[in-house]
Ligand binder design. Structure first.
Ligand SMILES: NC(=O)c1ccc[n+]([C@@H]2O[C@H](COP(=O)([O-])OP(=O)(O)OC[C@H]3O[C@@H](n4cnc5c(N)ncnc54)[C@H](O)[C@@H]3O)[C@@H](O)[C@H]2O)c1
Length: 371
């Protein structure tokens, strides 16, 4: 009998909220293709609770290096605070493991370049969790837009208007440049503008503003931007943690239809609405509805795509240039907000302060505080 692809031996680093709530259900859903063999956390209470919840024979470690040496996993899932992502991703790649790391993949383009070097040296791949790309509604919308079925994309809005209170920012790693990499641009809106880039392709120019209006943080608590895309489309992007009526929204007006996604932390097929332009015959528009199979956007859907790539020996989606493009848009948004100047794609190169850090030369300032 022909044997299928090997089962992958998986380890998790960090056993907090997202690993327990997002990655563990994903691992369970793909139990036929993998074995969860190890977990790492410096907090032994969390580690024990995670291993109990995982319910299988999962070895526990308080050191990433000790785990990598002893276990040699095929795949490492990282869900630690953002300032640890680069170091842990590089260590896992150097041990030969593939990596699926929580957003943001790292804190700067300079850190990204180190990850890319480690990938090259090891032959293993790193990818970043942006689960909203993988729901069936997003897959279908991207096919319709990139195939030209909806006509040329012209105008877009990308909105992450969420609400976070002081208790949320009491967690020590949040709201600090050195540990979170920024405010809602890096921590919250990055999901939505990653999906916008996935739908519209490369951007060419950004003009941005940001402010710290409410929270006692180092970075912004709201940012806004105008973005020009290589295909000519113009978009607005809003990233806020100050918005009592929370919503995540992407709307793209194409020549023949408006496609609009409205959700909060995850989408299903019914969250995508297509509105035809008046000149479009009803029969053509009826075919745009997302097909019946409803795959919610989730860690489960993204892990499945990664395992498929592993089995086929190809770079996983959400890695390489894809991961860099989203980080570059964040860096460019900050550079434009701090300098008051437009920023063009490709201009933030090594030697540019915004290549080294999202805050450039402004170590502890908000981009523009309320007067
Ligand atoms: N994809 C999503 O929708 C989503 C949602 C929430 C959070 N996140 C991301 O997930 C990451 C973690 O967020 P969270 O809310 O789960 O945080 P959390 O604080 O709940 O969990 C982080 C865990 O990492 C552990 N840890 C800290 N230092 C460590 C080290 N050196 N080695 C091993 N473990 C260590 C902590 O003890 C903790 O258990 C962040 O990057 C965040 O942006 C993603």
């Amino acid at each position: 009998m022909p044997s299928g692809p090997p089962r992958r031996r998986v380890a998790v680093i960090g056993t907090g909220a997202i690993v327990s709530g997002g990655h563990l259900p994903a691992l369970r859903s793909h139990a036929g293709r993998l074995d969860l063999v190890a977990a790492v956390d410096v907090d032994e209470t969390r580690l024990r609770a995670f291993r109990d919840a995982a319910g299988a024979d999962v070895a526990g470690y308080t050191s990433t290096d000790a785990m990598l040496d002893a276990v040699r996993p095929d795949l490492v899932l990282i869900g630690t605070p953002p300032s640890l992502h680069r170091e842990q991703t590089v260590a896992a790649l150097e041990s030969g493991a593939w990596v699926l790391c929580e957003k943001p993949l790292c804190l700067s383009l300079a850190e990204y370049d180190e990850i890319a070097e480690a990938e090259k040296a090891s032959g293993a791949h790193a990818s970043v969790v942006f689960q909203h790309r993988y729901g069936s509604g997003a897959v279908h919308a991207r096919e319709l837009i990139t195939s030209g079925e909806l006509g040329a994309p012209l105008v877009a809005h990308c909105q992450t208007t969420w609400h976070r209170d002081a208790d949320y920012y009491a967690v020590p790693w949040r709201g600090r440049w050195a540990t979170e990499g920024g405010g809602p641009t890096m921590g919250h809106g990055i999901h939505q503008f990653d999906l916008l880039l996935h739908l519209l392709g490369p951007w060419t120019e950004i003009r941005a503003m940001a402010a710290r209006l409410v929270h006692d943080t180092e970075g912004e608590d709201v940012s806004t931007a105008l973005v020009r895309f290589a295909n000519g489309a113009l978009a607005t992007v809003v990233n806020s943690v100050l918005s009592p009526d929370e919503v995540s929204r992407i709307r793209v007006d194409c020549a023949d239809a408006t496609v609009e996604l409205t959700h909060l932390y995850g989408h299903r097929n019914d969250d995508w609405v297509y509105t035809p332009a008046p000149h479009v015959p009803a029969g053509r528009a009826a075919a745009w509805r997302t097909p019946a199979a409803d795959v919610p956007s989730s860690h489960t859907a993204q892990l499945g795509a990664l395992l498929d790539a592993y089995d086929n020996g190809v770079r996983p989606p959400g890695g390489g240039a894809d991961a860099r493009a989203t980080l570059e848009l964040a860096a460019a948004l900050y550079k434009s907000a701090f300098t008051g100047q437009p920023v063009h794609a490709g201009e933030i190169a090594p030697g540019d302060p915004y290549h080294r850090a999202m805050h450039g030369d402004h170590p502890h300032w908000a981009p523009k505080e309320r007067a």
